[in-house]
Write a protein that binds this ligand. Structure first.
Ligand code: AMP
Length: 288
């Protein structure tokens, strides 16, 4: 695996890896952008890319523009050595680890604003977050120029924002959504799980229980949003230490609220356990 931190090196290594047939290559370049502190969720994205693509590129960049000043940017876990071992084991061809200066040189003033969808769910709770996400992902897409880019369904709102961005800007990349990878007890894997004490870790399980309870109700035929949402909220309230940020049933593309799940929907949760904000979701399928 080549590890590079400049844009020029990335382009030159990609030129070598892809050869002169890049445009006509059969499966092309697969890209997995991450913020590092890699876990099995990230590994599943890399494996999906490896199965599908000729060349696999990963990036690790803790993007300051998607953190508000009161958020955890400075203490976000950074575990580059272990991350490199995982990426190497999974057969990644190229790792791009840019500095802040490389991604945002002094004087850069351009942002990507995906209006509307960026203000919903996490975007409502974290103003400016998706502007930072869209900007960095657009830049990374321009640097790597992947045919396919792999993202986790865990960050369902992020996927909605990026799908809209790709459509609106006619970016020549296909986004591939990969399933949520969970711990053995159901907790969605997240780099932020490292912040949790043992007790908080147990409390956090209420999020998964809530989603499971509502998904079961849905399977049993319940379609009313208020009933499904109350089922999730009741589970969250059984853990008084857990503070709900949002519990919502929305359209997976627009993130607009749904009154019922007659045509399926995305059941999404964000909650604080102590100071750690966790997100999770369940897709309610539309009838075949
Ligand atoms: P992050 O490093 O948190 O920015 O995440 C990088 C990518 O990994 C994003 O596309 C996330 O959606 C994805 N991801 C994070 N956690 C999981 C998980 N538990 N299962 C699947 N994908 C995940």
């Amino acid at each position: 695996m080549k590890i590079v931190s400049s844009i020029a090196e990335t382009r030159s290594v990609l030129g070598e890896l892809c050869g002169p047939d890049r445009l006509t290559g059969p499966r092309g370049v697969g890209f997995v952008p991450t913020m590092g502190a890699l876990h099995e969720g990230h590994r599943s994205l890399i494996q999906a890319a490896r199965r599908t693509c000729d060349v696999v590129v990963a990036s690790i960049f803790v993007n300051p523009k998607q953190f508000a000043p009161n958020e955890d940017f400075s203490r976000y876990p950074r575990t580059l050595e272990a991350d490199c071992r995982m990426l190497e084991t999974e057969g990644v061809d190229l790792l791009f680890t840019p500095s802040e200066q490389t991604m945002y040189p002094a004087g850069a003033t351009t942002f990507v604003e995906v209006a509307g969808v960026s203000d919903r769910l996490d975007g409502a709770s974290r103003p400016g977050h998706f502007r930072g996400v869209a900007t960095v992902v657009a830049k990374l897409f321009h640097i790597v120029q992947p045919e396919l880019a792999f993202f986790g369904q865990k960050d369902a709102a992020q996927l909605a924002v990026l799908r809209q961005m790709v459509r609106d800007l006619d970016l020549p990349v296909k986004l591939v959504a990969c399933p949520i990878v969970r711990e053995h007890d159901g907790l969605a894997m997240s780099s932020r799980n490292r912040y949790l004490s043992d007790q908080e870790r147990r409390q956090a399980l209420a999020i998964f229980r809530g989603l499971q309870t509502a998904s079961q109700l849905f399977q049993d035929g319940e379609r009313r949003a208020d009933v499904l949402l109350r089922a999730v909220q009741n589970c969250l309230r059984q853990e008084p230490a857990l503070r709900e940020d949002y519990v919502a049933l929305v359209d997976a593309d627009t993130l607009l609220p749904l009154e019922n799940a007659e045509h399926g929907g995305l059941l999404a949760v964000a909650a604080y356990v102590g100071t750690t904000r966790l997100i999770d979701n369940a897709s309610l399928p539309s009838a075949p």
